[in-house]
Design a binder for this molecule. Structure first.
Ligand SMILES: [Zn+2]
Ligand SMILES: [Zn+2]
Ligand SMILES: [Zn+2]
Ligand SMILES: [Zn+2]
Ligand SMILES: [Zn+2]
Ligand SMILES: [Zn+2]
Ligand SMILES: [Zn+2]
Ligand SMILES: [Zn+2]
Length: 301
């Protein structure tokens, strides 16, 4: 990010109404505001530096948060290296190039790290990827990642680049850790207490088939270690599906359900003729409720 460090902020703070009420300085300031200051030679060196810094900041911040698309606030557009067309961002490209209006073999995603050219939204200059426009000097993205070619003025997302993932993520670096085995950044709440599954995030969501590693939606880690979109999991539960679609283990604590089933089963003994026989209900249980081993054993005795 530009403007890092306290130096500039301190300089700006000491400017204006917070000026120390030292009569000597006040008199100098009064002098500054007189006509002599137009020559420049009367200005205090410090003030000249201050106004230069303020001026530079104003140039950098022109149009901040005023440009962009539905996905990012940014002050540039990108030239897609794949089809050589200009888009606001890679998501805009991907939405356009994967729509039903595009023939199947022409559909594609933009390889984000291969973007080479950007177009400044303020002056329209096309240039190599960089944070500051070579032509008008505006900052094209307050957050800028040279690896991902990512520009974003909305730093409240707390973007950070994870070297392990090789891409930028949001949510603040201090709130996440990179699990090498799962191959992804997880919330620090899961540190040392999640079941590691090799490449857990490098597969499609088992419900909607979006590639989870690059998904921008919230993702849940199930007790089995498999991963799924938070919303897709909620949808599953609304349809009374409580098993991981990948390994059939429970996605939540089922002990209460098992207790209830134990009581119900105990209360409805099988007729004599069905003793020691398996019924299709077993299949249903093993399929939908996962802890099937318990019930297989229970029912077969
Ligand atoms: Zn393309
Ligand atoms: Zn976009
Ligand atoms: Zn420009
Ligand atoms: Zn990045
Ligand atoms: Zn990571
Ligand atoms: Zn892990
Ligand atoms: Zn999903
Ligand atoms: Zn699973």
């Amino acid at each position: 990010m530009y403007l890092e460090g306290g130096c500039l902020i301190d300089v700006l703070k000491s400017h204006g109404s917070d000026y120390p009420e030292d009569p000597d300085i006040i008199s100098k300031r009064t002098t500054d505001s007189c006509s002599q200051s137009s020559s420049g030679s009367w200005m205090l060196i410090e003030e000249a530096r201050d106004s230069a810094v303020t001026g530079a900041k104003q140039v950098l911040e022109r149009g901040l948060m005023q440009y962009g698309c539905a996905h990012y606030r940014r002050r540039c557009r990108i030239r897609a290296p794949c089809c050589n067309e200009i888009f606001d961002c890679r998501h805009c490209h991907n939405d356009a190039k994967n729509s039903i209006n595009v023939k199947g073999n022409h559909r594609h995603d933009l390889p984000r790290q291969q973007v080479q050219q950007v177009i400044c939204s303020l002056c329209g200059t096309e240039q190599e990827v960089q944070q500051i426009c070579v032509s008008c000097g505006v900052c094209m993205g307050k957050f800028f990642c040279d690896t991902c070619k990512l520009f974003d003025d909305d730093t409240s997302k707390e973007q950070y680049h994870c070297n392990g993932c090789g891409i930028c993520r949001i949510g603040g670096q201090e709130n996440f850790f990179h699990c090498c085995k799962c191959g992804c950044c997880y919330s620090i709440l899961l540190k040392n207490c999640h079941p590691c599954v090799e490449g857990a995030m490098h597969h499609d969501c088992p419900v909607c088939f979006e590639f989870l590693f690059e998904s921008t939606d919230d993702i849940s880690v199930l007790p089995c270690g498999h991963t799924i979109h938070m919303n897709c999991l909620k949808e599953m539960q609304q349809h009374l599906q409580y098993a991981c679609p990948l390994c059939s283990k429970s996605v939540c604590d089922m002990s209460k359900v098992w207790e209830k089933l134990d009581v119900e089963i105990a209360a409805t003994p099988m007729p004599e003729s069905y003793h020691n026989k398996m019924v299709s209900l077993l299949f249903f249980l093993s399929h939908a409720l996962t802890d099937c081993y318990k019930y297989s054993v229970f029912r077969s005795t």
